[in-house]
Design a protein around this ligand. Structure first.
Ligand code: ZN
Length: 321
């Protein structure tokens, strides 16, 4: 497909709480948006009907004839090769043929499916903190921990669209059992709910509003609360070990961290950078930088569009590459 600067991509970002859609232009701008709540506890057809509503709203706009491809970022696991998704938080979708179902509702436009961590990575590489970097790990640290890789200047989704899923690398060999079935995973230590649990177990008391979120733990840590500070220090240590392993395996130059937990700022980033020195020790790994993500909640849409543009050759070389 020739580069076409007027081409648009219809992007979908499918998560456990919302299904967002947008028409995205070649500069990463979101021209039209649509959104529905995810009926996550209902059966698969009902969830698909919500996706269809979003697509119908996008198709109704006058810009739709310029759409050349569809980019889909979904909560994982995804199987891009098979065109199916099985999001942990959407039990009605197991091996659900999302590519085929979306294709039926978009006139057969070519579609690209990636996991949400890979989508966020594509966005940060295109217009965010990893822009201009040839080798990067980008991570979302939130309710879960996901990620993706840029290698040799290109997004590296892997055969099934899940490469770079750092949340389920083990950093604690005999650690606690993870929801994925493994043990001692990064997510089991560094996700928001596990940070909060660790702080509570160590004696942190939530404030009068009863807020038990990682953001509340971060506020307590900033105020000098020791159990709260220790919970973030442990999360930072797990992330540092995972980043160091990645740097040692594939020589990344930067690790970009987004998601709600990254909003803790220095409470997370200061111990993370310090602990990284303990684990990223070899000369080629020790220079890895750690940066906060630049794109917020639109990263999934922008990145789904970027992944589709890369696969289908739209927009020439994206500026980030
Ligand atoms: Zn795991």
């Amino acid at each position: 497909m020739p580069a076409d600067s007027a081409a648009l991509v219809a992007a979908l970002d499918i998560g456990g709480t919302k299904i967002a859609g947008a028409l995205v232009d070649g500069r990463g701008g979101l021209l039209v948006r649509a959104q529905r709540p995810t009926p996550a506890r209902q059966d698969g057809a009902v969830v698909m009907a919500a996706v269809a509503d979003v697509l119908r709203e996008l198709r109704a706009c006058g810009l739709w004839p310029r759409v050349r491809a569809v980019g889909i970022g979904s909560a994982g696991p995804v199987d891009a090769a098979a065109g199916t998704v099985s999001p942990v938080n959407v039990p009605g979708w197991r091996g659900f043929p999302l590519i085929a179902e979306v294709g039926r509702r978009t006139g057969g436009l070519p579609a690209t499916l990636v996991g949400d961590g890979v989508a966020m990575t594509a966005a940060e590489h295109w217009t965010g903190a990893a822009r201009g970097r040839a080798n990067a790990l980008c991570m979302v640290v939130s309710t879960g921990v996901g990620g993706g890789l840029v290698l040799g200047g290109r997004l590296h989704p892997g055969p099934t669209g899940n490469a770079g899923h750092i949340g389920h690398i083990s950093v604690d060999l005999d650690g606690e059992r993870c929801a994925c079935g493994g043990r001692g995973c990064v997510e089991r230590i560094a996700s928001g709910p596990h940070i909060a649990r660790r702080a509570l177990d160590a004696g942190w008391l939530p404030g009068p509003d009863g807020d038990r979120s990682a953001a509340a733990v971060a506020a307590a840590a900033r105020a000098g609360n020791e159990p709260a500070r220790a919970a973030f220090a442990r999360a930072a240590q797990a992330l540092a070990a995972g980043i160091a392993a990645t740097a040692t395996l594939v020589e990344i130059e930067v690790a970009v961290i987004g998601g709600g937990v990254a909003g803790a700022g220095d409470v997370l980033f200061a111990p993370l950078r310090e602990r990284l020195r303990d684990y990223a020790t070899l000369s080629f790994a020790s220079g890895v930088e750690v940066l906060p993500a630049r794109l917020g909640s639109d990263a999934g849409l922008v990145g789904a569009a970027a992944a589709a543009a890369q696969e289908h050759g739209l927009w020439g070389a994206l500026p980030g590459r």
